[in-house]
Design a protein around this ligand. Structure first.
Ligand code: BGC
Length: 721
């Protein structure tokens, strides 16, 4: 298939020209001469100048149709073979129209809307000259201390896989070659980056191959099966070897076993970082290990450019390996149509029209409505238009609601909570706004102002949380409570004795001590994106009924972490009834259960589950089961319920989790309305990785759980013959 590319290009390229294709440089190299403000570390070694620019095959972080076109034009004018540059960037949850952070999108349990958000992100990125996005990030995370948890869709293998597929489809569409509004996707970070020890970014990862395959790999695999064009290596070690130099992982598993034949790119500087890891003595060895492992693009180090030529000359690296990498990159350029049309979708006129358009922002608003999770509500919400509200806190009137990875987003024009609430209240002066505290500081005058603002209020709404830089890359925290200043603000407001609702802006499941136990209502907003304030006001005033469900458990306290719903039972599980027995698997100071479990979320209405039934008590490989349950809206507002299906394999060759999500359905129900929800369970859904890594099911007993969260379920049993 790519013979023509070989004959036309690779065959005629010098070794240096080939290696140039394997280098990716960041935007500052292409900015105005002299602008080296962002140039750090390895980039410095390359120096700045036309020769260096010409030495690259792709660029990171340039956007804007005009800029991109100018860079591409200049590049082509000096490129002997006329091979265009690929333009890449991190379009993680939107380009300029910022959607809620991925962790929030996970809580929507709505893959259709997730796909649409990626499609819109692609449309805005493509018209601005980008060809590849470094997304989706599908790392499974069980530790909220890790700042990058905000980029993931949560703690569950199945749910993450569903979203991985949706994002890839949204970014790439079905016809990347002809559809100029799409971009190639790059799934990351391969593999198991989310397991960084202690939640500290870039830290050691260590797990068995069985765990890796059972829990961590499926979401990447779902992206590969959905046709993702690129895979990014992770910073961590996998079984003791940095992923970027891990031949077994990159060639053995990804390419040979899974059949991935797209481009593999290193994460930023990850090739050179093999030295610090202690996996390479020097840069040359690092380059050797990476190319040997099948890493095609070196993001932002000089390892390949400097050392591959000598490695080839010394006979240590077969030039065929380099040809292979070049060919994969050229294939992607061809697939994107860049040889005929190096500007692809870049269009300065259209860019002005569609980027950040009303239409796109409305989708962001909808997704924010679906992603927020009502965590507690003791009769305070929804607010009534004629109530007097004191809206207090650092997020009451803040544009810092986009979250990390919103490089092109505009905090200035993000829709703020305060103004949006004023629109929905009976009159704007029904909502009095005060800052109350900073993120980390509180002064007496701020307290006094907050108390004054609350003086005539019927209800206090506190908008509190983490600044966006408190999560994201390099944003690990060891204490995941709200900052003390804001806990103090909550205490002060509570003393006023008025109904108190808290709206949380944050990038991770927090330890909610001092919040959940104090407030009458808690709405988890995450970082809701460009239209966040509007969506939240609709939710607070009941124009929209909350429907988000947690895609990650909220720990009781940090000491429980990692805490996740699909854990093993242990040999000494904690019994449901009280016991004096100390020799059971428990803490003596805190509960075993997280504060809020996976799948949890409230609504302004209530739902009842009835009549769980199975079509048979015995299942066989050729005889799937049907599971039926009737769900009724027992309250007086229309609402959406997420009906979740979990399974437990009672006994296996390898121990099985107490519950595993296998399927879910969202049903919209009018007050009083009932619907029957039908699931089908097949033998393939009961398979798991055995001790010899075979992926099969074990005959025997299983329990099916259906319900509103991983905690609130009805159950029935069956046997696999
Ligand atoms: C991050 C990646 C990102 C890359 C390029 C790295 O530091 O780990 O997720 O895609 O930078 O911006």
């Amino acid at each position: 298939m790519s013979e023509h590319l070989y004959n036309k290009y690779v065959k005629n390229m010098t070794l240096e020209e080939k290696i140039a294709q394997l280098l990716q440089l960041a935007a500052p190299f292409y900015d105005e001469p002299g602008d080296d403000s962002e140039i750090t570390g390895p980039m410095e070694e390359l120096g700045i100048g036309n020769d260096t620019k010409r030495a690259a095959g792709s660029v990171l972080g340039i956007a804007g149709a005009e800029k991109m076109m100018a860079v591409q034009k200049e590049h082509l004018a000096s490129n002997r073979l006329g091979i265009p540059l690929l333009f890449m960037a991190d379009i993680v949850h939107g380009f300029k129209t910022i959607f809620p952070i991925p962790l929030a999108i996970g809580c929507s349990w709505n893959p259709e809307l997730a796909e649409l958000s990626a499609e819109i992100a692609a449309r805005e990125a493509a018209v601005s000259g980008l060809h590849v996005t470094f997304a989706p990030m599908v790392d499974l995370v069980r530790d909220g201390r890790w700042g990058r948890v905000m980029e993931s869709t949560g703690e569950d293998t199945y749910l993450n896989s569903v979203f991985a597929k949706a994002f890839v489809q949204g970014f790439q569409g079905d016809d990347l070659e002809n559809d100029m509004t799409r971009v190639a996707a790059c799934v990351k970070h391969f593999a198991a980056y989310g397991l960084a020890e202690g939640g500290r970014d870039y830290n050691t990862v260590d797990l068995s191959e069985r765990q890796l395959r059972e829990y961590y790999l499926p979401a990447y695999k779902a992206a590969v099966d959905a046709g993702v064009e690129m895979v990014m290596t992770s910073f961590n070690i996998v079984d003791g070897i940095p992923a970027t130099g891990n031949r077994r992982l990159m060639r053995g598993l990804l390419r040979d076993e899974w059949g991935f034949d797209g481009v593999v790119i290193s994460d930023w500087a990850a090739i050179k970082e093999m030295i610090a890891h202690g996996a390479a003595e020097d840069d040359k060895e690092a380059a050797f290990k990476a190319i040997y492992s099948g890493v095609d693009i070196d993001m932002m180090t000089t390892s390949y450019v400097k050392h591959l030529p000598e490695l080839v000359k010394e006979g240590l690296v077969d030039e065929a390996l380099i040809d292979e990498a070049v060919l994969r990159i050229l294939k992607l350029k061809e697939k994107l149509g860049l040889f005929e049309n190096p500007m692809r979708g870049a269009d300065p006129e259209l860019e002005k029209k569609i980027v950040y358009s009303d239409e796109h922002r409305q989708v962001s608003r909808k997704l924010a409505e679906k992603s927020s999770v009502l965590l507690k509500n003791e009769g305070v919400l929804p607010l009534q238009a004629n109530q007097r509200v004191a809206l207090i806190g650092p997020f009451a009137d803040s544009g810092d609601i986009l979250g990390w990875w919103s490089w092109q987003g505009s905090k200035e024009t993000a829709v703020k909570l305060g103004a949006s609430m004023q629109v929905l209240s009976a009159s704007p002066d029904h909502v009095v706004i005060a800052e109350g505290s900073g993120i980390h500081t509180i002064s007496e005058s701020q307290k006094a102002e907050a108390i004054k603002a609350a003086a005539d209020a019927d209800v206090i709404v506190l908008a509190v949380g983490e600044a966006s830089e408190m999560s994201g890359e390099g944003g690990s925290r060891s204490d995941i409570r709200l900052p003390q200043a804001q806990l103090e603000l909550i205490r002060v407001m509570k003393e006023l004795g008025k109904p108190l609702a808290v709206v949380l802006f944050n990038g991770r499941p927090l330890d909610l001590h001092g919040v959940y136990d104090v407030a009458d209502a808690v709405l988890e907003a995450w970082f809701p994106g460009s239209e966040g304030g509007a969506a939240l006001a609709d939710l607070l005033y009941g124009k929209v009924n909350p429907s988000g469900r947690l895609s990650m458990s909220f720990p009781y306290s940090v000491g429980q972490i990692p805490v996740y719903y699909n854990a093993y039972n242990t040999g000494r599980p904690k019994p449901e009834e009280e016991t004096d027995n100390r020799y059971i698997s428990q803490y003596i100071d805190i509960p075993n259960e997280p504060l809020l479990p996976f799948g949890f979320g409230l609504s302004y209405t209530t739902f009842a589950y009835e009549g769980l039934s199975l079509s048979s008590e015995v299942m066989a490989a050729d005889r799937p089961l049907e599971v039926k349950v009737t769900v009724t809206n027992t309250g007086n507002m229309a609402g959406t319920e997420t009906v979740q299906l979990y399974i437990r394999d009672i006994s296996g060759e390898v121990v099985r989790p107490v519950k595993e999500l296998k399927d879910f359905r969202q049903v919209g129900l009018a007050p009083g309305e009932s619907k029957e929800v039908v699931f089908r369970i097949e033998e393939t859904q009961l398979r798991y990785h055995h001790s010899d890594l075979s992926f099969t099911s074990d005959p025997g007993r299983f329990t099916v759980y259906v319900g509103a969260s991983s905690r609130e379920v009805q159950k029935a049993g069956f046997r696999l013959a």
